[in-house]
Design a protein around this ligand. Structure first.
Ligand code: PLP
Ligand code: COI
Length: 363
């Protein structure tokens, strides 16, 4: 594998003006507006990774037979760059995203990218578009590395023989509109996200394509988000649309164990460490929807929250399924959820000490 890639840099002659950028940054939404540049690196069989470049953000031209359009051989990552109090910019655990990118790549029969090249590609894009990193509280620059199969061929006897890796970036406000309001969730017993041996642990687009119908059903049922259950009994809680889940029993936190069918969230992993340091016990386990309901009804299960890069830490306020519905706690954000959120956000935005060296300075 090539480990020393040299990026060719082509700056955007039509980069937006400071005034245009400020207008976007005043209300960035999530994943709607992109910065002035993007990074790409190509891979071909025999040659490996080559043609690394930073160039103006813009459309791709691809043959209609390109294999990603037909067989969805694709994967992506998601992480954020945060503005620090002194104006510098950092990323949160980018090497953890690099490692997950490569685990997804192995599952999708795609080439691994050296972790250094992954992190270097993020650094180059963020340094170039640094003025796009918001300064407003709680805002950040969302980074979206991804890889697509680019061979124009319809055969399915072997994976694509060429790939394109890219990174794009988008200023982001809160993922959920309306601030830190607890979300309502729909238990999906009709659809399955992932089964053993499948792609649940990989961050591949197909997992999300198959999830839209259930997310739409959740909204039709009056809920914000879908909760995925296991494939066999539709009873054991796995995760949410784009987030992992934590269950709070007083000062004991439980999150579904990584069985291969759920995404190993980097936020989840960070919270497992932080919770222990904040004086809670934090463990990976198994939780059924019956235990979830009974725990809330008895008062033993005091809080539930979701976590992820986009969603940060978001309380779950109510639960609905085909034949049941209940409230978590009193339906408002609980103290454990808020304490964990403040600690995590404090590390990311540089107001709390970074004991784990999770913060990676970019510029
Ligand atoms: N689960 C799913 C399905 C996701 O898409 C995400 C988001 O990336 C997560 C969990 C949380 O992962 P992370 O904390 O690494 O963002
Ligand atoms: C993320 O949190 O990075 C995600 O990927 C969630 C969603 C936008 C897919």
């Amino acid at each position: 594998m090539t480990t020393h890639l040299r990026f060719d840099v082509q700056l955007n002659p039509q980069a937006r003006s400071a005034a245009e950028r400020e207008q976007v940054l005043a209300s960035p939404g999530f994943g709607q507006v992109f910065t002035d540049h993007m990074v790409s690196i190509d891979w071909t069989e025999g040659e490996g990774w080559h043609d690394a470049k930073l160039q103006p953000y813009g459309p791709l031209v691809l043959d209609p037979a390109t294999s990603v359009f037909h067989y969805a051989q694709e994967l992506f990552e998601g992480l954020k760059a945060y503005r620090q109090p002194n104006g510098s910019i950092v990323a949160f655990r980018p090497y953890a995203n690099a490692a997950r990118f490569n685990r997804s790549a192995l599952r999708m029969a795609m080439p691994e990218l050296p972790e250094e090249a992954f992190v270097e590609s993020l650094e180059l894009l963020v340094q170039t578009d640094r003025d796009w990193v918001p300064t407003a509280e709680g805002h950040s620059l969302y980074l979206r590395p991804f890889m697509i199969a680019t061979q124009p061929a319809l055969g399915v006897n072997h994976p694509s023989r060429s790939y394109k890796y890219m990174v794009i970036a988008s200023p982001a406000a809160s993922y959920f509109t309306g601030g830190l309001k607890p979300v309502s969730v729909w238990l999906s017993t009709e659809y399955t996200r992932a089964a053993p041996g499948g792609t649940g642990f990989a961050k591949c687009g197909g997992n999300y394509a198959a999830a839209f119908v259930a997310q739409r059903q959740a909204v039709e049922e009056g809920c914000d988000q879908v909760v995925w259950l296991d494939a066999f009994e539709h009873r054991w809680v796995e995760e949410m649309g784009g987030m992992n889940l934590f269950f709070v029993f007083g000062d004991r936190l439980v999150t579904p164990a990584l069985t291969g069918t759920l995404l190993p969230g980097i936020t989840r992993d960070s919270i497992l460490s932080l919770a222990a340091e904040l004086g809670y016990t934090a463990e990976e386990g198994k939780i059924s929807i019956e235990e979830w309901q009974a725990g809330c009804e008895s008062g033993e299960l005091t809080e539930v929250f979701a976590c992820g890069t986009a969603a940060v830490v978001t309380p779950v306020g109510s639960v609905k399924g085909v034949d049941r519905s209940w409230t978590v706690g009193d339906g408002t954000p609980g103290p454990v959820t808020m304490k964990i959120r403040e600690e995590l956000v404090g590390i990311q935005y540089g107001s709390r000490p970074d004991a784990h060296h999770w913060i990676h300075k970019i510029c």
